[in-house]
Design a protein around this ligand. Sequence first.
Ligand code: NA7
Length: 562
Amino acid sequence: MSALTQQQTEHASDARDDETDFDAVVVGAGFSGMYMLHRLRELGLSVRVYEKADGVGGTWYWNRYPGARCDSESHIYCYSFSDELLEEWEWSERYPERPEILEYLNFAADRLDLRPDIEFETEVESASFDEEKGTWNISVEDVDGDGASSVTSRFFITAVGCLSEPFVPDFDGLESFEGEMYHTARWPDEDVEFEGKNVGVIGTGSTGIQLIPEVAKRAGHLTVFQRTPNYAVPARNRPLESGEMEEIKQNYDEIWENARHSWLGMPFDYEGYSAAGLSDEEVEEVLEKRWQQGGFRFLHAFEDIVQNEDTNEKVTEFLRDKIRQQVDDPEVAEKLVPKNHPYGSKRPPMDYGGYYKTFNRDDVSLVDVKAAPIEEITPGGVRTTDDLYDLDILILATGFDAMTGALLEMNIKGHDGLTLKEKWADGPRTYLGLGVNGFPNMFTITGPQSPSVLTNMPMAIEQHVNWITDCVEMMLDEGYRLIEPTEDAESSWVTQTNTVAEGMIFSEAESWYRGANVPGKPRTFMPFPGGLETYRLICDQVAKDDYDGFEFARSVGSLTTV
Ligand code: NA7
């Protein structure tokens, strides 16, 4: 690390007069925790990052199932803040595979010299706000369970990712299964041998759609248990050609500028605003062009795709036809065609390995578990209301307790011992997805009610981390010890998030965006659906308006607006 500048030293001493162990504790060492550490260290603060895994990577550390790959194009799935990192790193394919992303994040951790401030294999057990001192007490434990300790910190910052807590359905008999069983988000490090085995996959979300073609190539027989079919668009992955990265690097300023000011955090143009007013042939031409381009460029066919039911219906019908065209057996094809939700109302998956064509193979079968639900897992396989399927390996591609799961797992307590679980009993409540009333000096990077999963994540993460850093710097400059969003600001933001979502097609699907995938989870729209650009402008305006909606205090117990 370079020596502290005079300003950094001043900030450091401002922050440290609380006599806490650290100025900031950050939970998680993925994209967000790593960048947060870097920025706070630039301010001269002492930071400790706790990470459960034995390496950096977050989501990309854990999701090591065959075929795991990012659906954002590689050249925009990285940090934009550092010319040095951008200059040095070379992506090899249009979409980065999991090992390459992990390699990239390790490269970034080395270049930014982050490891000395990250404590690996350490889990945060609880975090409690100390009312008298105005600081956080954080209890941590080694993952092997043989060492616990606690530290104090002025700021408590969560960087736990949005899709971190695996969801395992409560199937009867699950524990009795005698074969090998894996959840995609907790895949073993060593290779799983599928050859000659009867393999079952439950789940056909983005993960299942990446995994299924890979497993089909190797298994003796693959049975896919599908509850809801999905619209997968071809990603059209390919190696990046020589000279392509060079061209990208030369244009990075423009690429980032366009990405930051977009809805999705991606620098792609729309083909047009709407399908309204276009003839069927014109719509078909646009969609076919975007289908050939592949990936999220398809979602950029029309700007109003997730708002306008007429545009959406045309796009959805186009995709239904595309699915039918790829599957030989019309009966199987009909099972694979989604009928109960429009395109984009659930997270749109990408097809890398000929997902639909996989069902043309003789050694792959599709079981509709909406029509004949899974009754139980037996020692030898899966029993539906119709049949018993013998399996050697059972794969659960059943997703995550998204957006709130990892936060609630941590036992966070704010004012007067109020737990985050109590506070969020009816669903998450945040102001801007950045902070929670009742939990002073806590920031939630890509927390619920921020754009997060609806965008290209590194863009959303950088926006959040930069905003938090500016806010912390302001507090140090002004001598504020505490910050907390007001209840009113929080309520309005929760309402605004849900109101915007209600006007869009998101309300037409039972999705994890709405908490619908986990039985008993409160139904509320969790990501902010107004787009990254609109959200960024709102956050910037809040900061400009003296952090409107937040209260600050120079001493404990005297929170007031600036
Ligand atoms: P998802 O998108 O939540 O998909 C989970 C899949 O598992 C989905 O097809 C579910 O069907 C299925 N599922 C869940 N519970 C059951 C039960 N009880 N029975 C049968 N099938 C079940 O998770 P992914 O990991 O694929 O993707 C998550 C995100 O990670 C993704 O969107 C990207 O952002 C990265 P359902 O649709 O609920 O009927």
